[in-house]
Ligand binder design. Structure first.
Ligand code: FEO
Length: 392
């Protein structure tokens, strides 16, 4: 794809990756992604903000064919999907200076062979003049690594945000036109990449408050011409109270756990609690991660196998622990044959979750009346706790 004009003397560059289905060998990409770089032509100096994923380097290099000079390359984030073409760009423009945070400099020196004299490190809040345009660098750690910063173009009021406010989506629409579609993609991205750093993101959002932002240009996905849309969504996902929702990932081997889960879902719905149900044998983990953003309670359904939880249930617990959602309650339901340590094993896997654990409901073999009564009590308890906490 050719470079595309965003505003006078400001261009999108980079690539749209329609084919990738897994990011970092970890995150599902049902809709592909894009790797966005931005080229700015000031009256005196030119700058390229970020580069491209190494797999798509040819696209960026082709876009730079007609650009005779780049004075600065801003590398906002050292992860390879943004920095992976730096060496090639620097080979084409050997006089260019690489603008980074001090932490990013260390990381880039670790990851690739870039001569140390190329680097200029900037302090938090430092500015760089391009003549008639001014870049301001704002440290925003942990979106998504500790070295990350964003760049504010003062005269045009554009925030170049790299991973912050991104979404994994491949499209030829440069700007957001369908906020519903991008809300889903951005929420999924937040859940998978940003949610573990919620507390730091809160501080980063506060740090951006004084800035008058007309447009947010992220490193993945579409540009936001109405920044309030994504800023409000981030405030809700980061600061908002959990919802009156139970997220229930489960796996069943001989149908007993499934019978329990089905009964519990009905009991919760009867008490006015929304349930997001995920059969872990067929679940898209990105969807599960996204549901965790708003969950008030997490319940894991698992049979006991080889004296512990089913591996899929262990994976769900590991994922929830790693993503650190804001859920306040957690429980467990499941069937066992003759014993085991399912509860103890799962409880030991969630040290990061600040949750109250509600008594699990376990049943030997096929569930009967006692088990169903216990599940009804569990649903009542959850509904009451959600009400007491004001979950809407
Ligand atoms: Fe898009 Fe953290 O890289």
């Amino acid at each position: 794809m050719l470079a595309r004009k965003i505003k006078e003397n400001i261009y999108w560059m980079g690539s749209v990756d329609w084919d990738s289905r897994l990011f970092d060998s970890l995150v599902p990409l049902p809709d592909g992604t894009s790797y966005n770089a931005y080229f700015i032509e000031g009256s005196e100096k030119t700058v390229l903000i970020d580069t491209d994923d190494p797999s798509m380097a040819k696209e960026l290099m082709a876009q730079l064919e007609g650009i005779p000079k780049i004075d600065y390359i801003v590398s906002q984030h050292a992860e390879q999907d943004h920095s992976g073409t730096l060496q090639q760009v620097l080979e084409k423009y050997p006089a260019a200076k690489l603008i980074v945070t001090p932490k990013a400099k260390g990381m880039l020196l670790d990851f690739m062979k870039i001569p140390e004299e190329c680097f200029i490190t900037v302090a938090d809040g430092e500015t760089l003049s391009l003549g008639n345009k001014t870049l301001k660098f704002i440290y925003t750690p942990w979106v998504h690594w500790p070295e990350t910063m964003v760049t504010y173009l003062e005269e045009d009021k554009i925030l170049f945000s790299c991973d912050f406010f991104g979404s994994h989506i491949a499209t030829t629409d440069l700007f957001v036109t369908d906020e519903g579609r991008i809300y889903e993609a951005a929420k999924r991205y937040f859940a998978e990449i940003m949610m573990p750093f919620r507390n730091v993101i809160k501080k980063n959002l506060e740090k951006l408050e004084p800035y008058d932002i007309d447009m947010i240009a992220p490193g993945h996905g579409q540009i936001f011409p109405r920044p309030a849309f994504i800023l409000d969504a981030y405030r809700d996902w980061t600061l908002g109270e959990p919802r009156n929702t139970v997220v229930l990932p489960y796996v069943s081997m001989h149908n007993s756990t499934k019978l329990m889960v089905d009964y519990l879902v009905t009991a919760l719905v009867n008490k006015g609690v929304k349930v997001e149900l995920f059969n872990l044998t067929v679940t898209d983990v990105g969807k599960l991660a996204m549901a965790l953003v708003d969950a008030g309670t997490i319940i894991i359904g698992t049979p006991t196998v080889l004296a512990g939880p089913h591996p899929y249930a262990a994976y769900a617990a590991f994922l929830a622990n790693a993503l650190r959602p804001k859920a306040k309650f957690l429980s467990l339901v499941g069937s066992y044959g003759w014993g085991g340590k399912t509860v103890e094993t799962l409880a030991g896997m969630i040290p990061n979750l600040k949750v109250e654990v509600i008594d699990p409901v376990l049943c030997k073999g096929v569930p009967g009346e006692d088990t169903f009564n216990a599940l009804k009590d569990l649903a009542n308890t959850i509904a009451e706790k959600h009400k007491e906490n004001g979950f809407m």
